[in-house]
Design a protein around this ligand. Structure first.
Ligand code: 5GP
Ligand code: MG
Length: 176
């Protein structure tokens, strides 16, 4: 799999525009409040870095890692690989994710944050994959960037076998 095999979906300008829009919504909704951004490793770190630089509200950040795609066959096998570094009890959390597909990962993370006593939990996902496997409707994602068809996406932090995270655009590949 090489870079030439990637079909472009979103260029850097489209991504930047989307990130700015999401940040504007968050700035408006959380005005005067403090927010804890919880980034989902590893894919969301590029998005989160750009998003937080567009925030004017007070925000802290933390990260969480759950078992990834390649490491599991079904949603039931999702497990926590690395937990938050600090407590979120009573805090307003925004989970920052690269892409929601079936929604199982996001549901797992939200459940985990609920158990930790977060006062509020919203989701900010750069991408949403439309498929009949979905268990998390688009409407449940308060801050949603762009919708993609049922393809495998890479770039802008999102990998295929750890590759292509460095691309400044988002594209699709056909995994071999
Ligand atoms: P879900 O649990 O929603 O089915 O899967 C979400 C997880 O799988 C996310 O954490 C996301 O990073 C990863 N994922 C979903 N679709 C893709 C994709 O097209 N490409 C890559 N690289 N990861 C994906
Ligand atoms: Mg992920």
């Amino acid at each position: 799999m090489k870079q030439g095999d990637i079909k472009r979906i979103f260029n850097p300008a489209q991504i930047a525009e989307t990130v700015e829009r999401l940040a504007r919504q968050i700035n408006r909704d959380y005005k005067g409040r403090e927010v804890i951004l919880v980034g989902c490793l590893t894919g969301a770190f590029v998005f989160m870095a750009d998003l937080m630089r567009n925030l004017q509200i007070e925000a802290t950040c933390d990260f969480i890692r759950v078992s990834s795609y390649e490491d599991r066959m079904t949603a039931g096998e999702i497990s926590l690989e690395s937990d938050l570094a600090r407590p979120v009890g009573g805090g307003n959390v925004i989970v920052v994710e690269d892409i929601v597909d079936t929604g199982q990962t996001m549901k797992f993370i939200m459940n985990h944050l609920r158990e930790k006593g977060a006062a509020s939990i919203e989701v900010c996902s750069l991408l949403y994959k439309e498929s009949d496997r979905s268990t998390l409707p688009k409407e449940d994602i308060r801050y949603l960037g762009l919708v993609v068809p049922d393809v495998f996406v890479v770039g802008y932090g999102i990998d295929y076998a750890q590759k292509f995270r460095t691309l400044n655009y988002i594209g699709s590949i056909e995994p071999s």
